[in-house]
Design a protein around this ligand. Structure first.
Ligand code: UDP
Length: 470
């Protein structure tokens, strides 16, 4: 891994220069997460690491999904009023992209004053740097203009950065939209992904997705480096590839949650009764089912999942997030479901996922393969049933099933019979035993990277040096 012990500083009204930052411990780091659960969690974990190393922390957040600042009394929070953008878009998955683009388009207007105020506040420690989410691309240019060195946090894998880059190349070559006949065609540049695994977000247009990815990549070029919530053993080759295209320093310091003891950053209330319930279950017997904070299903799919779980004949915890069943406000279970599951299932609206995955009763995880969930499953050694929906999830699922071989994919239309078969295959059959064995080794690799001489610990030290060095 390349490590450049300088941060790139842009000087107002001047060209960018490369220079050392004269920082001392006791300086302030500004952090700006994208306000979605899967982005907030890793940013707050990074904040906790920085705080434990003596940096003061200022977190910017929006009125959309604001962070509960009372949980973090040691940090300063700055609420950025994003006006209409919070309420302008309906909560659909494609609007996650449109909202991101809208925030970035209004970036200067929304953030200029609050960023300037924080930087020039003489009552606070001087600012060492800003750490922004990959998708806050226009913030990069604003920070450059204000002379604030800026690092990028990629909350997904390093591989996903290469998928984002390839997307615009394939669009230019005319491969997107993907033709029906080419869905299974391998994409040589980003093996093992096939055309159908390329990022897509609901009905969002390819132009909007490309706009986001192209801007993300360009802004990384203008940054001082990228911090990635991943670890070398699983993503190093992808880092090398990424750096061939964009030669900035990259710091793989994940899994961040393993380095930071902090209050839960859940936007929804966790139902902790499922932890008590797990105590009553046999080791390795429970299937944990959750599709993260954004993925949705229609009612027909919900019914298939319900019967698939009932017929799968394994105890389960199923997270049914409020609003995740399209067109239904309530969890409307099919008649006979409770009797069929004989009390062997628990449905919750939000779970303390990491604690659930770490519980010895949990034997498998049916996931949408958001990167945080994927990483958490790896760290806790829980094999996966993969049902990706959008963005980088299809790529993550390919890594899980075809590269690391620690899960199986549930493809095509959701049907109860297929679900039942997948549960059996992973939790009972010989194939499942091999997968579980590989998952144990992978968990071991993840534990090694967080030891004091492990790759991520070493990379955290390097990152801290970069931020604090003069
Ligand atoms: N999560 C949780 N409880 C749940 C479901 C999810 O705490 O019931 C957490 C999960 O541990 C992960 C995050 O929410 O850290 C979801 O992020 P991910 O990248 O997996 O998916 P996204 O929500 O971004 O699609």
């Amino acid at each position: 891994m390349h490590c450049n012990l300088t941060l790139r500083v842009a000087v107002p009204n001047d060209r960018s220069i490369i220079g050392n930052i004269h920082t001392l411990m006791g300086k302030r780091v500004l952090l700006f997460p994208v306000p979605y659960q899967g982005h907030i969690n890793p940013m707050l974990e990074l904040a906790a690491i920085l705080h434990s190393r003596g940096f003061s922390i200022t977190i910017f957040h929006t009125n959309f999904n604001p962070i509960d600042s009372t949980k973090y009394p040691s940090y300063r929070f700055v609420l950025v009023d994003d006006g209409e953008i919070s309420s302008q878009f309906e909560s659909t998955v494609e609007n996650t992209v449109h909202r991101l683009i809208a925030w970035n388009n209004s970036c200067e207007q929304l953030f200029h004053d609050c960023l300037t105020n924080v930087i020039s506040d003489k009552n606070e420690e001087p600012v060492a740097c800003l750490i922004r989410d990959t998708h806050w691309y226009n913030l990069q240019y604003l920070a450059n203009k204000l002379g604030v060195p800026t690092l990028v946090l990629r909350t997904g894998s390093a591989a996903s950065l290469n998928w984002f880059m390839t997307f615009s190349q394939l669009l230019k070559k005319g491969f997107i939209p993907v033709q029906e006949s080419q869905l299974d065609m391998p994409v040589a540049e980003i093996a093992p992904l096939r055309m159908k695994d390329l990022p897509r977000v609901g009905n969002c247009s390819r132009e909007a997705i490309n706009n986001l990815f192209t801007n993300d990549m360009e802004a990384i070029r203008a940054s001082s480096g990228v911090i990635v919530n991943t670890f070398d053993a699983i993503d190093n080759k992808e880092v090398e590839k990424f750096r061939e295209a964009i030669p900035v320093p990259v710091f793989c310091i994940g899994p961040l949650y393993k380095f930071s003891l902090m209050a839960s950053s859940s936007l929804l209330n966790e139902d902790r009764t499922c932890l008590e319930w797990l105590e009553t279950q046999a080791p390795g017997s429970v299937l944990y089912v959750s599709f993260g904070s954004l993925a949705c299903m229609n009612y027909e799919e919900f019914i298939e999942i319900a019967w698939g779980l009932a017929n799968g004949n394994q105890p389960f915890i199923w997270v049914v997030r409020p609003g995740s069943i399209l067109g239904k406000d309530e969890v409307d279970l099919p008649d006979g479901f409770i009797e069929a599951t004989k009390g062997d299932g628990k449905i919750v609206s939000w779970a303390p996922q990491r604690e659930v995955l770490a519980h010895e009763a949990v034997g498998a995880f049916w996931t949408h393969n958001g990167w945080n969930s994927t990483l958490e499953a790896i760290c806790e050694g829980v094999p996966m049933i993969c049902r990706p929906q959008f963005s980088d999830q299809m790529g993550n699922a390919q890594y899980v099933t075809r590269v690391w071989k620690v899960g199986i994919e549930l493809e095509g239309k959701l049907e109860r019979g297929k679900i039942e078969k997948a549960i059996k295959q992973l939790m009972k059959d010989d194939e499942g035993a091999e997968i579980r064995q590989r998952m144990r080794s992978m968990k071991n690799e993840a534990s090694c990277c967080i030891k004091s001489d492990g790759s991520s610990s070493i990379n955290i030290d390097k990152l801290m040096d970069v931020i604090s060095s003069s």
